[in-house]
Design a protein around this ligand. Structure first.
Ligand code: ACO
Length: 185
């Protein structure tokens, strides 16, 4: 995803990790123009993800990031677009209290790290970028894929989890709950 500005100004690393404060690099501090541009990138990625998942409203935006304690991992190609960089995709995670059904039908309260949103630009899907981003998140959060919860995983994401992490079975959850399934090996 291209923008009419240099995304390397505020996304310093190939994968930038953003929290509630939306500051990826020191350069961003106090620079209103960089903060505005970063918010534009996050909003556009969020809209593209919603479109890809056929959602009415984006789950990810700069305003939603600032209002929640989520972690956003943004993957870029810093050299594309004549050196201004392109955003390849993002992954958003956060802790959520859930009542999950176990195989015996009992409710259990848990607060796992939950994958909330995940998107790789259409032109770059199936090139291994999703796996790179996901593995970076697992390392950074010090967690394993089977210990995460997944918020309404799409068919593509379920296929991704099966292929890369061997996650096949899941315990269907009560409709409308925050995370509809926790895949188990
Ligand atoms: N159809 C079916 N499976 C797919 C597709 C597709 N179009 N694209 C990726 N996958 C799965 C497959 O298992 C694929 O392996 P294969 O090519 O051997 O079949 C594997 O992912 C490829 O792995 P990566 O290249 O590392 O994954 P990618 O970079 O494509 O990222 C992602 C995966 C994020 C799911 C991407 O396909 C995407 O953005 N999809 C649209 C948005 C979406 O569905 N996001 C998940 C929402 S649910 C949530 O966030 C909780």
């Amino acid at each position: 995803m291209e923008f009419p500005f240099d995304i390397n100004s505020f996304f310093g690393d190939q994968i930038s990790v953003l929290d509630q404060n939306l500051t990826a690099t020191r350069k961003c501090w106090g620079r209103a123009d960089f903060q505005h541009q970063m918010a534009t990138v996050i909003d556009e990625l969020g809209k593209a993800s919603a479109k890809a998942q056929q959602l009415q409203v984006p789950i990810t935006s700069a305003a939603k990031m600032q209002a929640n304690r989520h972690q956003l991992y943004v993957l870029k190609d810093g050299e594309a677009n004549n050196g201004r960089g392109v955003a390849i995709g993002f992954l958003k995670v956060g802790y959520k209290k859930l009542f999950v059904l176990d195989h015996g039908g009992a409710h259990n309260e848990v607060e796992p790290l939950c994958v909330l949103d995940f998107y790789i630009h259409e032109s770059l899907q199936r090139h291994g970028y999703g796996k790179r981003l996901f593995n970076h998140m697992l390392e950074n959060e010090r967690v394993e894929a089977q210990l995460l919860a997944y918020d309404r995983p799409s068919q593509k994401f379920l296929s991704f989890l099966r292929k890369h992490y061997g996650l096949a079975a899941s315990v269907p959850q009560v409709s409308g709950s925050a995370c509809e399934s926790i895949p188990v090996c």
